[in-house]
Design a protein around this ligand. Structure first.
Ligand SMILES: C[S@@+](CC[C@H](N)C(=O)[O-])C[C@H]1O[C@@H](n2cnc3c(N)ncnc32)[C@H](O)[C@@H]1O
Length: 282
């Protein structure tokens, strides 16, 4: 039996390394189960048997390449902890760039209009809708085609005391005649044929529904951009998370009805966000 922090690392470091799993994840597992900060782990001494068993169970799940978020049922996003299950995508760091930009836009609009309405299409865990409401006080509607994802999003909203309208909808189908100041979406944007080659953590555990953007990865952008003018108020704004190589295609799709189109990079220097304003009404 491996009794402490040092013995766990001594035994598992190479195993994790061989599987391409970051060694820091061993620490996160111990932090979560022991309820300690990372800096406290080396000082913990020997674990109780019950603690050790829990640590072993979590490690063995991770060795099957299950992501930590699904092992513990929660994940950090924009400094908050969200419930996740295998019905929802684990919110990504990259999406924080989308939040930063949407937050700025909403707060700017709020200088003139107190009540800014925002629709989040494909809300998943609710990470975007909840974070934006908490950060800006915007009136949020959040939709997803997945009933199970909406259950998780509602649980997160309740946990944070958010009041968000949740709508089960295939893109705009159940949102007829509804208009918003801002539409935001991080839709599925991976090309169908690429999914098989993704890391096992993603392709074997995350919902296909959250990943598959059709043959060219652009299916949802096409659909949302086509319908968005009917669902945006005058001067409305659309803001998307995009794949690193999709900016040119999406800018072209937006060209007919939108202007002021901006592409923003993530912290890794890849195109990650596109923002555009509805032309009509100008
Ligand atoms: C990439 S995930 C984004 C989840 C979450 N917004 C985030 O950023 O972490 C895409 C989401 O779109 C949802 N989705 C897939 N097809 C959809 C459709 N036809 N209409 C609405 N939502 C859809 C999926 O269920 C999934 O929750």
């Amino acid at each position: 039996m491996l009794k402490n922090y040092y013995e766990i690392h001594g035994f598992y470091d190479k195993v994790f390394d061989d599987l391409g799993i970051e060694l820091a994840e061993l620490d996160w597992i111990m932090c979560e189960i022991l309820g300690k900060k990372r800096s406290q782990l080396p000082l913990c001494g020997n674990f109780l048997e019950s603690e050790y068993k829990e640590i072993e169970t979590a490690i063995s799940e991770r060795l099957k390449l299950k992501p930590l978020g699904y092992i513990f049922g929660k994940s950090e996003f924009f400094g908050r902890s969200f419930y996740v299950s295998r019905d929802v995508l684990i919110p990504r760091m990259d999406t924080e760039v989308l939040i930063e930009n949407a937050k700025d836009l909403i707060l700017k609009q709020k200088e003139n209009v107190i009540d800014v309405s925002v629709l989040d299409i494909g809300t998943g865990s609710g990470a975007i809708a909840i974070t934006l409401q908490l950060e800006t006080g915007a009136r949020m509607t959040a939709s997803d085609v997945s009933f199970e994802a909406l259950e998780i999003a509602r649980k997160n909203a309740d946990n944070f005391g958010c009041e968000i309208e949740f709508v089960e909808s295939d893109v705009f189908k159940n949102l007829k005649n509804r208009k918003y100041d801002i539409i935001i979406s991080n839709p599925p944007y991976i090309e169908s044929k690429v999914i098989e080659g993704l890391r096992p953590e993603v392709k074997n555990f995350e919902p296909l529904l959250a990943l598959d953007g059709g043959a060219d990865g652009l299916k949802f952008y096409r659909e949302i951009i086509k319908e968005a003018p009917k669902h945006l108020n005058e001067n409305g704004i659309i803001i998307f998370e995009i794949g690193y190589d999709q900016a040119n295609f999406i800018v072209e799709l937006l060209g007919a009805e939108f202007f002021n189109i901006k592409t923003i990079k993530d912290y890794g220097g890849n195109d990650r966000v596109v923002i555009a304003r509805l032309r009509r009404g100008l």
